[in-house]
Design a protein around this ligand. Structure first.
Ligand code: GAP
Length: 437
């Protein structure tokens, strides 16, 4: 699957090191399309389809003051332990799936090393990547790569409220890269050090937070279902009070049952007025909303749906994958929702003669105006269908001998494998309907 769709280069979770770079989250040509479609679907649902949410693109590099205010400098850390025996390092709270780094122990569970007393005392390891801004490398030039996109939204709260006509309840949405120096990245693209987030901070009157928390919990679960994810593989899990982040008074995770177990896709947190108050205190600039009607200033409460692009992509891939037993053969098919499919339409000439390639190219060029098309004339048409099934292309269009006679082509559906003839004059409308664009 990794080779076919090409999101991530390293099936099995081993990092590939090239010139010192962790290539874990390189996307191939099809993977980058899939991820772009996930992000577009999120932006469409969270920004374009709504009157109450605006978008933002804030800076990746931020001064330590931002991360001191947010609590990341003091508290964004994981407990790290070293094994004195094999010299490997582990996250103390993620030991269940970890194995000892010493090949001589042949995949022995890390918990056994712990029980044998090989581990050092845990020490807190801050997950933020540090760098320097400007030519001088000293303590005054320190900056951090953002570990979440959220803080870029909070520090721009006043910019947005002063420049757009928004008033609570309203949201600011952002998609972008985040960076965490994870101790144990793994499970393919599930946990990486460089990843993308899709976050929205929804600012509400303080007495309405419970209503909007319930609303966003339901909406975010439904987003995955609307894009075809199986309900039986999805669940919502409430955080226990000892799991809550320092800024939250309530939080739920949307989880997916991956082959490696139930794991978090997204968190929906009630962040109260923690962040705005913290940034106000640290910057000395008021971060209240002025309510025209009551003529009062107040700090809105915040509900935050925070999703991972890479995790959602992995879940959509896993969920869509099927090895389907047909009468005479097995076919591999990705039942991706049409909006997520990397290639929307494949165009084939039945054979490479009698003007069919020229006609098929003309159709390809015409469709390329508005959608992502793939042209293929190599091999038997059945094999070409299989190749498209494997990458999840919803519709194949085939030009054959009849096309020259009556201007019609064959439309073949990925999931049902049914074929029907459509006149070229109606092709764009038919495809737009099937692809839901
Ligand atoms: N602003 C809140 C926040 O960042 P989080 O639960 O730490 O909350 C939100 O992150 C989402 O970002 C997660 O649910 C997950 O999908 C994604 N994410 C977090 N760390 C990740 C990592 N190391 N690799 C891939 N995705 C990650």
């Amino acid at each position: 699957m990794a080779a076919t769709v090409g999101t991530g280069t390293t099936a099995g979770g081993d990092a590939v090191q090239a010139a010192g770079t962790d290539l874990r989250n390189v996307d191939g040509p099809l993977g980058v399309e899939l991820k772009k479609n996930v992000k577009d679907a999120w932006w469409r649902a969270m920004v374009h389809a709504r009157k109450d949410v605006v978008g933002l693109d804030s800076a990746i590099l931020q001064r330590p003051e931002v991360w001191k205010a947010s609590g990341h400098v003091d508290g964004f850390s994981d407990p790290l332990v070293d094994c004195r025996e094999c010299k490997a390092r582990f996250r103390e709270d993620h030991l269940d799936d970890a194995v000892c780094g010493n090949k001589a122990f042949n995949g022995r569970k890390a918990t056994k090393c712990r029980d044998a007393g090989f581990f050092t005392e845990p020490r807190q390891f801050n997950l933020m990547f540090e760098t320097h801004m400007g030519p001088v490398k000293d303590s005054a030039s320190v900056a951090y790569l953002r570990p979440e996109t959220a803080q870029g939204i909070f520090i721009n709260f006043t910019n947005v409220t002063n420049s757009s006509r928004v008033k609570p309840p309203f949201g600011i949405a952002q998609i972008g890269k985040s960076f965490r120096n994870e101790i144990t990245p793994g499970n393919f693209i599930f946990r990486t050090r460089e990843f993308e987030q899709m976050e929205m901070e929804y600012f509400v009157p303080p007495d309405e937070w419970e209503k909007w928390y319930a609303y966003w919990r339901d909406r975010r679960y439904q987003w995955y279902v609307d894009l075809g994810m199986r309900k039986e593989k999805l669940r919502i899990r409430d955080h226990e009070s000892d799991e809550l982040a320092h800024y939250a008074n309530a939080c739920v995770d949307v989880e997916y049952e991956f082959p490696f177990g139930w794991s978090e896709l997204e968190g929906i947190a009630s962040r109260t007025d923690f962040d705005l108050k913290q940034h106000e205190e640290h910057s000395g600039k008021e971060m209240k909303f002025f309510d025209d009607q009551s003529k009062s200033h107040y700090h809105p409460y915040v509900i935050e749906p925070a999703a991972g692009v890479d995790r959602a992509t992995l879940a959509f891939l896993v969920d869509a994958y099927e090895e389907e037993q047909l009468e005479k053969e097995k076919r591999t098919v990705l039942h991706l929702h049409p909006r997520l499919a990397p290639v929307k339409v494949a165009v084939f000439p039945l054979v490479k003669k009698d003007g069919m390639p020229e006609r098929a190219h003309a159709i390809e060029d015409d469709l390329r105006r508005w959608t992502n098309v793939f042209y293929d004339e190599s091999g038997a048409v059945g094999r070409r269908y299989r190749r498209q099934d494997e990458v999840g292309t919803p519709i194949c269009v085939t030009v054959d001998g009849q096309t020259a006679e009556d201007n019609s082509v064959t439309l073949r559906d990925r999931d049902s494998m049914e074929q029907r003839r459509v006149n070229l004059d109606a092709l764009e409308g038919e495809l737009r309907r099937s692809l839901e664009v």
